[in-house]
Write a protein that binds this ligand. Structure first.
Ligand code: ADP
Ligand code: MG
Length: 679
C-alpha cells in the first residue's frame, strides 16, 4: 500500500503520540519521566491513600530532593537515633536539648527541610555542639536552652512553612491527580475508541486484505484477459492487414474489370450496331434466300420435267452364287456418246432364237435387242449409286411434287432388294426406302433453318388379287388384317386414304426401320407352302409429306410412293393346269391386268390423254395422286442376268420401253430456264 493509503490504525497511533506529548507538556508535577512509562495503573497506585503517598513521595523526594531526607527518614523510632547522629557531625549546641524535648513529643515531621539547592543556611543539626556547661552554670544552661528553643522555634517555623508548602504541593498534586484522572479517563476513552477504531481498522484491514486478494485475483484474471485481448487484437490487426491487402487486390481487380467492362460496353454497343446491321442484312439475305429457294424449287422441277416426268432405269442384278454364268456377250452395256466416262444408258441383250433356227434347218445367229433407258445399272452397281440417281426426286417430293417410284420385273430379279434392301440389315445393301427417308429427314432438318416445318406419315399396304391389306397391322390383325378399302379422304377431296390401314407418323430412321420390320413379319405370316405371296402382290410404301412455312404462310404437301410390284412373269399357257395352278393363273391374270393397267395409265399420262384409266386396277387407283399432273415417276426395270430368264427379261424391257417417254420440254419452260440463267 502506498504512503497515501495510510492505514487508519497508523493514523490513530500518530494521534496518540501527539496527544501524549500534549498531555505531558502541561503537567508540572515533578515526577520523573519514567513515571508515565509505568502506565496508568501504576500512576493510579501512586495517587492512592496518604500513607502510601507519603511513602512514595518520600522515596521520590529522597532521590530528587535531598532536603526531604530529614523529613521522611525521621520516624518515631529512628528519629531518636538519627537525631543524636546529627550533632555528632554538625550538631548545634542545642541538639541535645532538642533531642530531649523531642523525646516527649509525638512523632511527626521534624526539622523543616532545607529548600532544594539552598546551601546558604546550614542545617541546625550540623552545628557544632557547645561544650558541656557545668551543672552550676544554670544561666549558661538557660542561655543554651533559650538558644536551643529559639533554634527550635525557628525550625518549627521552618517546618510549618515547609508543611504549608507540602500541603500546597499535596493540593497541587491532588489537583494534578484529578486532572490526570480526568486525563486518564479521557485517554482511556480515547484508548477504547482507538482500540475500537483499531479493531475496526483491523477488521477493515482484514476486509481490505480480502478485498485486496480478491482484487488481485481479479486483476490477475483481468490481466489474463487483457493479454488474451491483446493477442486477439494482434491477430485481428494481422487479419485486418490481410483483408486490407485483399481489398486492395479486389479494388485493383474491380478497376481492371470496370475498365474491361467499359471497353466491353463500348464493344457491345458497336456489336449491337453491327448486329442490327447484320439483322437487316440477314433479313435481306433471308428474303433473297427464300426467293432463291423458291426459284430452286421451280428450276429443280423444270429440270426434273426436262429429264422426263416419267423416267425408267434399268437395273441388272448380279449372278448369285450357285447360278449358271450367262455366256459372254449375253448382256452388254454399251457406253454413251461421251465414252466410258458417261453413265450407261443402254443395254443390249442377245437371244438365240431356237425355233427360227429349227424351221430354217440351220442354227440362227443370236438376235440382239438394244434398249435405251434414262439410266442403266449393270450388275456391279451399288445401292448408293442407285440412290444417288433418285435423290433428286426425293428432293422434288419435299418441294411438294408427288413422286412415285416402281420396281418392275420378274420374281427374283431384285425388286425387293432395290426397294427395301438386302438381307441382314447391312447398311451397304440398304434399299431405296430407308435411304430416301433418311435423306428426307436430313433435308427437312436443313430446311427448318429457313423456317420450314415438315411432318411425315407412313403407310404400307399390299395389293394381292385386287385386295388391299395393311402391312403395318399389329396385334390380332397382324398378318390377317381384314380387307381395306381405298376411299377419298372426304367428300370432294382429291386425297385418298385406305380404310383400316395404319398411318404412322415418323420422324427418324429407327421408326422407319421398325415399320419395315413389321411389314416383313406380316408378309411372312401370310406366306403359304405353295405360294410365295410377296412376289405375287404389289407392296406400296407411301409417305405423306407436309411442309409449312409459318412465317410466310406457305404450305406444301405431296405423297412419296415406293412400290415393289408383283412379279411380272407369265404362266406358260402350254402347262397342264392343276387346282393350285388355276389359283396361280387367277393371281397371274390379276397381276398382269394391274401391271398392264399401270402401263396404260403411264402412257396416257405421257401422252397427256384426257382419260387416264386409274380405276382399272386397285394399284393405279391408289396411286392416282402420285402419278398425274406434276408428279414425278420413276420405274426401275429389274432384270435377271441369267440366260434362262431371257424371255422374261425381254418382256420386262419391252414393257419399260413402252412406258418410257421423253416429253419434249415446252418453249415456255426453256425460256424460263434461259431467263433465270442470265443474271
Ligand atoms: P424380287 O423381289 O424381284 O423377287 P429379290 O429382291 O428378292 O427379287 O432378289 C432375289 C435375290 O437376288 C435375293 O436373294 C437378293 O438378295 C438377290 N439380289 C437381287 N439384287 C441384287 C443385287 N443388286 N446385288 C446382290 N444381290 C441381289
Ligand atoms: Mg420381291
Amino acid at each position: 500500500l502506498s504512503s497515501q493509503q495510510r492505514s487508519p490504525l497508523l493514523e490513530v497511533k500518530g494521534n496518540i503520540e501527539l496527544k501524549r506529548a500534549l498531555a505531558k507538556a502541561p503537567s508540572r508535577l515533578p515526577l520523573p519521566g519514567s513515571r508515565l512509562k509505568r502506565g496508568p495503573d501504576q500512576m493510579e497506585e501512586d495517587l492512592e491513600p496518604e500513607k502510601k503517598r507519603t511513602r512514595g513521595l518520600g522515596t521520590k523526594v529522597a532521590t530528587s530532593r535531598p532536603r526531604a531526607t530529614a523529613l521522611t527518614t525521621v520516624p518515631q523510632t529512628q528519629g531518636q537515633t538519627a537525631v543524636p547522629k546529627v550533632p555528632r557531625k554538625t550538631g548545634p549546641p542545642c541538639s541535645t536539648a532538642i533531642a530531649t524535648v523531642l523525646k516527649n513529643q509525638k512523632p511527626g515531621p521534624a526539622v523543616p527541610a532545607q529548600k532544594p539547592g539552598t546551601t546558604a543556611a546550614p542545617p541546625v543539626v550540623g552545628r557544632k555542639k557547645p561544650s558541656k556547661r557545668p551543672a552550676w552554670d544554670l544561666k549558661g544552661q538557660l542561655c543554651d536552652l533559650n538558644a536551643e528553643l529559639k533554634c527550635c522555634r525557628e525550625r518549627t517555623q521552618m517546618l510549618d512553612q515547609e508543611n504549608q508548602q507540602l500541603r500546597n504541593q499535596l493540593r497541587e498534586a491532588q489537583q494534578q491527580a484529578t486532572a490526570l484522572g480526568t486525563e486518564r479517563r479521557t485517554l482511556e476513552e480515547e484508548l477504547a475508541r482507538v482500540r475500537a477504531q483499531a479493531e475496526q481498522g483491523q477488521q477493515e484491514l482484514g476486509n481490505l486484505s480480502t478485498l485486496v486478494i480478491e482484487l488481485e485475483e481479479r486483476l490477475g484474471t483481468q490481466e489474463g484477459l487483457v493479454q488474451e485481448l491483446q493477442k486477439e487484437q494482434l491477430e485481428l490487426q494481422e487479419e485486418r492487414r490481410g483483408l486490407a491487402a485483399q481489398l486492395e487486390e479486389q479494388e485493383r481487380r474491380l478497376q481492371a474489370s470496370e475498365a474491361a467492362l467499359s471497353g466491353s460496353q463500348a464493344e457491345v454497343a458497336s456489336l449491337r450496331q453491327e448486329a442490327a446491321a447484320q439483322a437487316d442484312l440477314l433479313a435481306n439475305r433471308e428474303e433473297r434466300l427464300h426467293g432463291l429457294e423458291m426459284e430452286r424449287r421451280r428450276l429443280h422441277n423444270q429440270l426434273q420435267e426436262l429429264k422426263g416426268n416419267v423416267r425408267v432405269f434399268c437395273r441388272v442384278r448380279p449372278v448369285l452364287p450357285g447360278e449358271s454364268t450367262p455366256p459372254p456377250g449375253f448382256l452388254l452395256f454399251p457406253s454413251g456418246p461421251s465414252g466410258p466416262s458417261d453413265p450407261p444408258t443402254r443395254l443390249s441383250l442377245s437371244r438365240s432364237d431356237e425355233r427360227r433356227g429349227t424351221l430354217s434347218g440351220a442354227p440362227a445367229a443370236p438376235t440382239r435387242h438394244d434398249f435405251s433407258f434414262d439410266r442403266v445399272f449393270p450388275p456391279g452397281s451399288g445401292q448408293d449409286e442407285v440412290f444417288e440417281e433418285i435423290s433428286m426426286l426425293v428432293q422434288s417430293a419435299l418441294d411438294g411434287y408427288p413422286v412415285c417410284i416402281f420396281a418392275y420385273g420378274q420374281t427374283g430379279s431384285g425388286k425387293t432388294f432395290t426397294m427395301e434392301g438386302g438381307p441382314g440389315g447391312d447398311p451397304q445393301v440398304e434399299g431405296l426406302i430407308p435411304r430416301a427417308l433418311r435423306h428426307l429427314f436430313s433435308v427437312a432438318q436443313e430446311l427448318s433453318g429457313q423456317g420450314w416445318t415438315y411432318s411425315f406419315v407412313a403407310s404400307y399396304v399390299e395389293i394381292y388379287n385386287e385386295t388391299v391389306r395393311d402391312l403395318l397391322a399389329t396385334g390380332t390383325r397382324k398378318g390377317h388384317g381384314g380387307e381395306c378399302e381405298i376411299r377419298r379422304a372426304g367428300p370432294g377431296s382429291e386425297e385418298l386414304t385406305v380404310t383400316n390401314a395404319r398411318y404412322v407418323p415418323v420422324s427418324c430412321e429407327r421408326e422407319v426401320e421398325a415399320l419395315l420390320h413389321l411389314a416383313r413379319q406380316n408378309r411372312a405370316v401370310a406366306r403359304t407352302a405353295q405360294n410365295e405371296r410377296s412376289s405375287r402382290s404389289h407392296s406400296v410404301f407411301q409417305l405423306q409429306i407436309s411442309g409449312e412455312h409459318a412465317g410466310r404462310g406457305l404450305q406444301c404437301a405431296a405423297p412419296l410412293s415406293l412400290v415393289d410390284l408383283a412379279g411380272s412373269e407369265r404362266l406358260d399357257p402350254g402347262l397342264a393346269l392343276g387346282p393350285g395352278e388355276r389359283e396361280r393363273l387367277r393371281e397371274t391374270q390379276a397381276i398382269n391386268s394391274s401391271l398392264s393397267t399401270l402401263g396404260l395409265v403411264i402412257m396416257a399420262l405421257s401422252n397427256k390423254e384426257s382419260h387416264v384409266p386409274y380405276r382399272n386396277s386397285k394399284l393405279t387407283y391408289l396411286l392416282q395422286n402420285s402419278l398425274g399432273g406434276s408428279a414425278k415417276m420413276l420405274m426401275f426395270v429389274n432384270i435377271s442376268p441369267l440366260e434362262e430368264n431371257v424371255s422374261e427379261s425381254l418382256n420386262s424391257l419391252r414393257f419399260a420401253s413402252k412406258v418410257r417417254s421423253l416429253p419434249v420440254p415446252s418453249l415456255s419452260d426453256l425460256l424460263g430456264i434461259i431467263a433465270f440463267s442470265t443474271p
